[in-house]
Design a protein around this ligand. Structure first.
Ligand SMILES: Nc1ncnc2c1ncn2[C@@H]1O[C@H](COP(=O)(O)OP(=O)(O)O)[C@@H](O)[C@H]1O
Ligand SMILES: [Mg+2]
Length: 303
């Protein structure tokens, strides 16, 4: 009994002990679980924050790459500007020299031309045919020289615009009067007229240059067509020629100063044209097949 009683008591104690210890164990485990969960939470938060930091780092890396890119571009722009500036300085010295030379040569040339005209007029009946032909050759050669000198002068002397409202047809007629058009070249003038707020002399130089280029490209025979159009915000004029066109590989060079494919060319005609059009806030485009130079000038009412 005692033994049994002890045994019962003992069993009860042992049960108590194992229940308590189990309970403790469970509590302890519960605590451990909570601690682990907390740690887990903490780690998850750390991971999220790390991921955010990584994303930020990615962003910063991208920004750094972009900045590096921009910096490299700016540095190359700067070195290009320096080269341009150097070229511009050289050009301005050469420009001043050529302007002086062109100006000094233009007057004696005009005297030669005029003298020949006077001789021809005064002695027309007495001049034999072969001498007349020589006079004509001198006249043509000096006209070509005057034209080339004018190209140089137009290019180097970029004066401010003197604008007014002008008829584009009148300007075209005046340009055509100033150039020699070979017999086998037909110029189709536009049927319509438009009025443009512009510097008349400069737009006339645009026409002269484009017409001369067309004539020279066609080697004395072909057709030139001039078109005018206008809408509420711009005036457009086009000069088309039936010549061979411009080789694709030089298309992007033809507006560069001094670029020419002609043995007697100055390479200053198209750069002058472009400068004049830009002074009028306009643009110039060229297309091949057929060759068309198109000029767009936005409408303005004051200079
Ligand atoms: N209508 C055209 N047809 C073919 N080529 C042209 C025409 N207009 C211009 N070009 C080309 O553009 C070059 C540059 O023209 P420009 O600046 O007027 O100089 P230049 O007439 O003195 O050569 C010409 O040498 C020529 O090769
Ligand atoms: Mg030319």
């Amino acid at each position: 009994m005692i033994l049994g009683g002890w045994s019962v008591m003992g069993t009860t104690n042992m049960n108590d002990f194992s229940y308590d210890s189990l309970l403790d164990k469970v509590k302890q485990l519960e605590l451990e679980k909570q601690t682990l969960e907390q740690e887990n939470n903490f780690q998850r938060k750390t991971i999220v924050s790390l991921e955010r930091k990584m994303a930020k780092l990615d962003e910063i890396t991208q920004q750094r790459d972009w900045l590096l890119d921009t910096l490299t571009k700016k540095i190359s722009d700067l070195s290009r500007f320096q080269t341009d500036l150097f070229r511009a300085e050289r050009f301005s010295t050469i420009g001043e020299m050529s302007a002086r030379l062109a100006h000094d040569l233009r007057n004696p040339l005009a005297i030669i031309k005029n003298t020949i005209e006077v001789v021809k007029l005064k002695h027309s009946s007495a001049i034999p045919n072969d001498l007349m032909n020589m006079f004509r050759a001198i006249d043509n050669a000096s006209s070509r020289m005057v034209f080339q000198l004018d190209e140089v002068l137009n290019f180097v002397r970029s004066s401010p615009l003197e604008c007014d409202e002008y008829s584009l047809s009148a300007i075209l007629d005046s340009a055509i009067d100033k150039i020699v058009i070979p017999d086998k070249i037909r110029v189709n003038r536009p049927q319509n007229d438009v009025y443009l707020f512009c510097d008349m002399e400069k737009i006339e130089a645009v026409f002269t240059n484009l017409l001369m280029n067309a004539i020279q490209a066609m080697e004395n025979s072909g057709e030139i067509t001039v078109r005018f159009s206008q809408n509420y915000d711009a005036t457009t004029f086009e000069i088309e020629d039936s010549g061979p066109g411009i080789q694709e590989n030089i298309l992007d060079k033809i507006f560069e100063p001094l670029f020419t494919t002609k043995s007697h060319g100055t390479g200053l005609g198209l750069p002058t044209v472009k400068t004049i059009i830009q002074q009028h806030y306009g643009t110039i485009q060229v297309t091949n097949k057929p060759t068309i130079f198109s000029i767009f000038i936005p409408k303005r009412t004051e200079s």
